[in-house]
Design a protein around this ligand. Structure first.
Ligand SMILES: [Mg+2]
Length: 176
């Protein structure tokens, strides 16, 4: 099913660069709001810079793939030297596909991390990268996300029938 993540993890900040490297991962594509930072906080925290550095030391690039406009995304991440791709138009796969091409990456070497099934996971699955669902950093959502969350609950119900979606501190395989 197009909404099923390949992996889950409780938060992007628990990703283990050594494990990713062993998996052949060369880039982590990440959603911004509620995945890397809380949507209602304008400035990102130091955690993002630490993650970026840890990944870089393992030779892995962190690239933010966001539906937000370039101004908002740039404000949030550029001071930490994190690359980004704005106006990605998830759940369409084209933003991810363009970023793959731009950074000269093959889809086998990329994970797409996000907190929403309908936007992040669907886009990642359509693009053919490895998808990783995380728990949203904060419980509240922007109004447009709230609509998605309603449908997401229904999708979770069906996904859980085959294999329960669980979040652990390390990557958990979610395919049937
Ligand atoms: Mg999000």
């Amino acid at each position: 099913m197009i909404f099923r993540p390949i992996y889950t993890i409780d938060t992007i900040y628990h990703l283990d660069p050594t494990e990713l490297k062993k998996m052949g991962i060369k880039a982590v594509f990440s959603d911004l709001d509620n995945t890397l930072l809380a949507w209602n906080i304008r400035d990102s925290n130091q955690e993002m810079a630490i993650l970026n550095k840890k990944l870089a030391e393992a030779g892995i690039k962190l690239i933010v793939i966001s539906n937000n406009n370039p101004e908002r995304v740039s404000k949030a991440v550029s001071k930490f030297d994190v690359a980004f791709w704005a106006n990605a138009r998830k759940p369409l796969p084209f933003g991810i596909l363009k970023a793959l091409e731009h950074y000269n990456l093959s889809k086998e070497n990329v994970i797409m991390v996000g907190d929403q099934l309908i936007t992040d996971i669907q886009a990642g699955n359509l693009a053919g990268v490895k998808t990783v669902l995380v728990k949203p950093l904060v419980e509240t959502d922007k109004w447009n996300t709230r609509i998605n969350r309603f449908f997401e609950k229904i999708i979770f119900f069906f996904l859980n029938i085959n294999k329960k979606i669980e979040f652990k501190e390390s990557l958990k395989w979610m395919k049937n």
